[in-house]
Design a protein around this ligand. Structure first.
Ligand code: PFF
Length: 456
C-alpha cells in the first residue's frame, strides 16, 4: 500500500534544517518586508504573528502528519484510506489546487531568485561600494530587462533541478545542513549593525507599535496568506517532507521549532531592513523592490561593506534555493508517485513547466507591462491571487480531511507517551483544526469580500 522506495531524512537535524530551509526563504526577507511596508507596519505584524500561532502551527502539524501517515505526495495523500487508495476521492481537487499553486509560485519565485543572482554579480563587481554608482536603481533597471531576468531564472532552475534530481539525502539534506546555520549567523550579525543606524528607533516603532488606523483594507487576508506562505503551507511541500520522516520523529515538537524559528527570522529580517529604509528616508510602501532598493545602500557605508554585501546576497540566494528546492520536491514527488516517472524525468518535466511560467512573470516589467490590475503587474497579481485566496482554500480542505482521518493514526503521531501535556495538547489540536482554523479563515474571507464590495 505504501511506496517502499521512499527516501527518509538521515538525521533529525537534517530534516529540521531542510524544513526550516523550506520555510525560511525570500518570503521572510523579500516578501515579509514589502507586505509589512504596504500594510502599515506594527498592526500588520501583530496580525501575522496571530495567524502563525492560531493557524500556521496547527496546520503545519496537520500537513507533516498527513505526509507521515500516508507516505505520499499531496494528491496521493488526498486519495488515502486506511485500507487502500480511493482514486475517486472527492478531495482530489484540493491536491490539484495545491500543485497549481506550487507551479505558479515557483514560476515567480524563480524570477525573484534570479534577481538575487544578479545582485550577487553586482556586489562582486563592486557596484554597492562604488561612490559613483547608484545601487538603489539597479533593481529598476533589472525589472525593465525581461530577457535578462529569464536568463537568470533559467540559471536558478538549473541549480535547483541539479540538487533535486539527486534525491532526498544526497541533495537536500547535505545542502541544508551546511548553509542554513551560516545564513542565520550572518542575518543576526547584520541585525545588530542595523540597530545602530540613525533610523533604528523609528523603524522599531514602525514594526512593533501597532497602529490599527494604518492597517490597509486587505491587511487581514494578506497577513493570513503570508503566514501560510512563509511556513510553506497549502502547497503540499510539507506533506512531501512529512512523508520522508522516520517513524520515531515526534511531529508537534518539530513543528513548534520550525514555526518558532521561522517567525523569529522574519522579525529579524524586519529589524534588519526597516532601519535602512528609514535611515535613507525611502518609501516603506514601495512594494516588491523594497529589499533590493534598501540593502545595497547599507553596504556603501559599512566597514568591509564589499564583503558583507557579497556574503549577504550569497546567503539570501541559498535561502531562495532551499525554499525553491522544497517547492520543486513537492512537484517532483507527484510525478514520481502518481505518474510513475523516474526522478530525472520528473525533475525535467517540472523544470520545463517552471521555465515557461517564469518567462511570463519575468516579462511583467517589460513586454507585458501594460497588463495591470490597478497598480499591480502580472507578478504581483499572481502572488496575491495564489497566496491570499488559493492557499487558505487548500488549508481549510486539508484540515477537514485530516480531522476525518482515523483517530488512532493521529494519536500515534501526536502523543508522546512520556508526556502528559501532549495528551492534553492532542485534544486542543483536534478542536483547533476542526473548528477554529476553518472558522477564522472563512471569517477573513467574508470580511474581505465585504470590504471589496464597499470599495468598488
Ligand atoms: N516559505 C518560503 C518562503 O517564505 O520564502 C516559500 C515557500 C517555499 C513556499 C516552499 C512553499 C514551499 F513549498
Amino acid at each position: 500500500m505504501q511506496p517502499s522506495n521512499r527516501g527518509t531524512f538521515k538525521s533529525r537535524f537534517g530534516f529540521y534544517m531542510a524544513a526550516i530551509g523550506s520555510a525560511f526563504g525570500l518570503g521572510n526577507l523579500w516578501r515579509f518586508s514589502y507586505v509589512t511596508g504596504i500594510n502599515g507596519g506594527g498592526a500588520f505584524v501583530l496580525l501575522y504573528i496571530f495567524f502563525v500561532g492560531a493557524i500556521g502551527l496547527p496546520v503545519l502539524i496537520s500537513e507533516l502528519m498527513l505526509g507521515k501517515i500516508t507516505r505520499r505526495n499531496i494528491i496521493g495523500a488526498f486519495k488515502w484510506k486506511p485500507w487502500g487508495q480511493n482514486p475517486k476521492s472527492r478531495w482530489r481537487w484540493l491536491g490539484v489546487l495545491a500543485l497549481l499553486a506550487s507551479f505558479v509560485v515557483l514560476g515567480y519565485y524563480t524570477v525573484v531568485s534570479g534577481w538575487v543572482i544578479h545582485f550577487i554579480v553586482q556586489a562582486v563587481m563592486g557596484q554597492f561600494t562604488n561612490p559613483d554608482a547608484m545601487p538603489e536603481y539597479i533593481i529598476d533597471r533589472l525589472m525593465s530587462r525581461g530577457y535578462l531576468q529569464i536568463l537568470l531564472a533559467g540559471v536558478h532552475i538549473i541549480f535547483t533541478a541539479s540538487i533535486v534530481s539527486r534525491g532526498i539525502q544526497e541533495g537536500i539534506e547535505r545542502f541544508s545542513r551546511v548553509f542554513m546555520p551560516l545564513f542565520m549567523l550572518i542575518v543576526v550579525g547584520l541585525v545588530v549593525h542595523s540597530l545602530f543606524l540613525p533610523g533604528a528607533s523609528e523603524a522599531l516603532r514602525f514594526l512593533f507599535y501597532p497602529d490599527f488606523s494604518k492597517l490597509s483594507a486587505s491587511a487581514a487576508i494578506e497577513a493570513l496568506g503570508h503566514a501560510l506562505f512563509t511556513l510553506s503551507l497549502g502547497f503540499g511541500a510539507m506533506v512531501a517532507y512529512g512523508s520522508y520522516l522516520k517513524p520515531e520523529v515526534h511531529i508537534p515538537s518539530e513543528a513548534v521549532l520550525v514555526a518558532g524559528l521561522d517567525t523569529i527570522l522574519s522579525l529579524c529580517a524586519g529589524v534588519l531592513i526597516f532601519p535602512i529604509v528609514f535611515t535613507m528616508h525611502a518609501d516603506s510602501g514601495s512594494g516588491p523592490a523594497l529589499l533590493f532598493k534598501s540593502m545595497p545602500v547599507l553596504f556603501r557605508h559599512l566597514p568591509l561593506g564589499y564583503w558583507v554585501g557579497v556574503a549577504f546576497f550569497v546567503c539570501l540566494y541559498f535561502a531562495a534555493l532551499s525554499a525553491s528546492i522544497a517547492l520543486f520536491e513537492g512537484l517532483v514527488t507527484y510525478f514520481i508517485d502518481e505518474q510513475k516517472m523516474k526522478r530525472t524525468a520528473a525533475t525535467l518535466t517540472v523544470s520545463t513547466i517552471t521555465c515557461i511560467l517564469a518567462a511570463g512573470s519575468a516579462l511583467s516589467g517589460s513586454l507585458f507591462k501594460n497588463i495591470r490590475l490597478g497598480e499591480r503587474g502580472i507578478l504581483e497579481i499572481m502572488d496575491q491571487v495564489i497566496i491570499n485566496w488559493t492557499l487558505p482554500v487548500v488549508t481549510v480542505g486539508l484540515v477537514l480531511f485530516v480531522s476525518r482521518m482515523r483517530e488512532k493514526d493521529k494519536e500515534d503521531q501526536f502523543v508522546d507517551q512520556k508526556s502528559l501535556v501532549s495528551v492534553r495538547m492532542f485534544s486542543t489540536w483536534k478542536t483547533t483544526i476542526k473548528y477554529l482554523v476553518p472558522s477564522i479563515i472563512i471569517l477573513v474571507f467574508i470580511f474581505q469580500l465585504i470590504v471589496n464590495i464597499f470599495r468598488s
